[in-house]
Design a protein around this ligand. Structure first.
Ligand code: HEM
Length: 563
């Protein structure tokens, strides 16, 4: 169904099957449908040449859906695509100009402003080689989109990363773009290989003792930064959490301790940590905001390429060192994640490790901070949680094990509830490979669909008292006379709560993230009574993921062996 090809598209007027890095044509044809331009004029405005039947272009991806355009009754009765509310390209550009409605906004603000202006479904025109995107806030649309995403769901977004790996450094990556940026058969080949390694419970949970060790080291470090009288921290807590997240994901992905929680981290690790911190910023700059890099490599873009070169070199060195270690230690009974990945395919292992490092730092640290914040603002829920944790770890020195972590239902409910109120990935994205009717409008295949999940998981329509932190809504049974399960306080519709996405393309790091977050929060809340000091709520900036910012101050009062 998918292929890379030079001849990529049968020239059927009105079809829009273009995706991939060079989206010029897709955008153009897509706009044609909305604006009624003549196809010939549009072709003349691109760098393409045609014969009677085909448009030629550089290597691109094709959705080879050969089915005839949809003609059923539901489709015929739906309102035309061109009637979906939304700005023209020019108007959209003006929103980003000085004084424009979207100037200096983050992703959430952008969504909210657009929703206020255009309603619960709107379409923004693709610019700078990107496809048109329909934004929807209707869970029925989410379900339809996911149910029709096919076996190789398409989530474009990190085109700059793909460019780096496939065009700039084919010498290293040899055609492998990686999970986050590959599509179609290429994506499936990697995903099918790595699923059993990264989603298998035992494969991930074998890391628990070391992940717990890292969380103990994190607490030891906090102790050196905590004022014993005011119980406040002298350092940037968010930054410390990023170091914890990096140390943890490096352990899983590289089987290496980086020493980032010590005073003497490995200098390369320090550099890598800094680069990884820039990852989502670069992505937002080059993949979300309008940017001309696909046509002209700006100085900023060239700097980005150099940063990736450094990331590639450092990570490859760590992998080589780990491989030597594995070779010298034949007696090990179990194989770590990196070893399992290397056995699959070295190219895949190298890109997967980098993707794990890139995707596994800001996400888990932001999620942890967010959940901690909600617990700090809800002392009675925090006490409930601590009772559970004290049963598991009567002494702060007790370790977390496979057995005792099986019995943490309240902690897991708190994590779910924190991610409901503040899902750190505010929207999910797919290119639809089929013609869909969304909210009564025709949406042709090839169009981007952005599902605004965060808005719905914060709506009273789906969660009673949606702004309140109520972990009990996720409990299956009562835990104590004063901790009663309250499943009625949440909708049964699974599509309004998707912090890790949905379907075959959902987050591959989910199990790793859960392991890390559970372990750290268990230890933090076992050891400290946590309060939020600022008068104002936690603020967020958002690039690709939401990231806490502004005044972040907690009070951490030590808890003894009982409450
Ligand atoms: C709380 C932490 C995390 C959250 C909330 C999160 C969320 C997400 C979401 C929403 C997606 C898109 C899913 C979709 O399109 O359906 C995703 C994809 C992905 N995540 Fe995570 N993530 C987290 C942690 C991690 C970690 C620790 C890793 C590292 C192993 C990771 C690696 C990835 C990768 C590689 C993808 C792309 C998967 C693919 O396209 O096949 N994530 N994540």
């Amino acid at each position: 169904m998918w292929k890379h090809c030079k001849i990529i598209y049968r020239n059927v007027p009105g079809s829009q099957l273009w995706i991939g890095r060079k989206l010029t044509v897709g955008r153009t044809l897509n706009q044609q449908v909305r604006s009624g331009h003549k196809e010939q004029e549009l072709l003349e405005s691109t760098n393409l040449f045609t014969n009677n039947d085909y448009i030629f272009s550089h290597t691109q991806l094709q959705i080879g859906d050969t089915s005839t355009p949809r003609k059923d009754e539901k489709w015929q009765q739906a309102r035309p695509y061109g009637e979906i509310p939304g700005p023209s390209s020019l108007r959209m550009l003006s929103f980003f100009m000085p004084g424009g409605a979207l100037r200096n906004t983050n992703l959430i603000q952008m969504n909210r402003r657009m929703r206020e202006m255009y309603g619960d479904i709107y379409c923004i025109p693709g610019m700078m080689g990107k496809p048109n995107v329909v934004f929807t806030y209707n869970p029925e649309d989410f379900e339809l989109t996911y149910r029709n995403e096919g076996v190789w769901p398409i989530r474009i977004g990190l085109e700059s990363l793909s460019y780096y790996r496939k065009t700039h450094r084919p010498d290293i990556f040899k055609g492998v773009g990686g999970l986050v940026s590959d599509q179609g058969q290429e994506w499936a080949d990697i995903r099918n290989k790595v699923n059993p390694v990264l989603l298998k419970v035992q494969s991930v949970r074998q890391n628990l003792p070391q992940i717990d060790e890292i969380s103990k080291e994190f607490i030891d470090k906090l102790e050196t930064q905590r004022n014993p009288e005011t119980h406040t921290l002298s350092t940037d807590f968010h930054n410390q959490l990023k170091m914890w997240a990096f140390e943890s994901i490096s352990l899983v992905a590289l089987n290496t301790r980086m020493g980032l929680l010590t005073d003497n981290p490995d200098p390369s690790a320090d550099r890598l940590a800094k680069h990884m911190g820039d990852f989502f910023n670069y992505s937002f700059q080059y993949d979300v905001q309008p940017s001309i890099w696909t046509f002209y490599k700006t100085a900023g873009f060239r700097k980005f390429l150099k940063t990736y070169d450094d990331i590639t070199e450092i990570t490859s060195n760590y992998i080589e060192t780990a491989m030597e270690r594995f070779g010298n230690d034949e007696d090990r009974k179990t194989k770590c994640v990196l070893e399992q990945l290397l056995e699959l395919n070295k190219k895949v292992a190298v890109t997967m490790v980098m993707d794990m490092l890139m995707a596994g730092i800001d996400t888990t640290s932001s999620a942890c901070l967010t959940i901690l914040y909600h617990l700090a603002r809800n002392p009675s829920k925090q006490e409930n949680l601590r009772r559970e944790l004290l049963r598991i770890m009567p002494s702060p020195k007790d370790s977390l094990t496979d057995v005792n972590t099986k019995n943490m239902p309240y902690l897991r409910a708190c994590i779910k509830e924190g991610l409901r109120i503040t899902s750190i990935t505010p929207g999910n994205f797919r290119i639809t490979p089929k013609d869909l009717v969304l909210s009564g409008y025709q949406v042709p295949r090839g169009t981007g669909v952005l599902m605004g999940v965060l808005e719905l998981s914060n709506s009273d329509n789906y969660f009673a008292q949606s702004s309140d932190f109520i972990p009990e809504r996720w409990l299956k049974t009562d835990l104590a006379p004063d901790i009663l399960a309250c499943p009625a306080a949440r909708t049964r519709n699974p599509f309004v709560y998707l912090p890790f996405g949905f379907g075959p393309r959902s987050c591959i790091g989910k199990r790793i993230a859960e392991l890390e977050i559970e372990t750290l929060l268990a230890r933090l809340l076992r050891n400290y009574k946590v309060s939020w000091l600022p008068e104002t709520p936690m603020e967020y900036e958002s690039t690709i993921v939401l990231s806490p910012c502004g005044d972040i101050r907690f009070k951490l009062e030590p808890v003894g062996d009982s409450m």
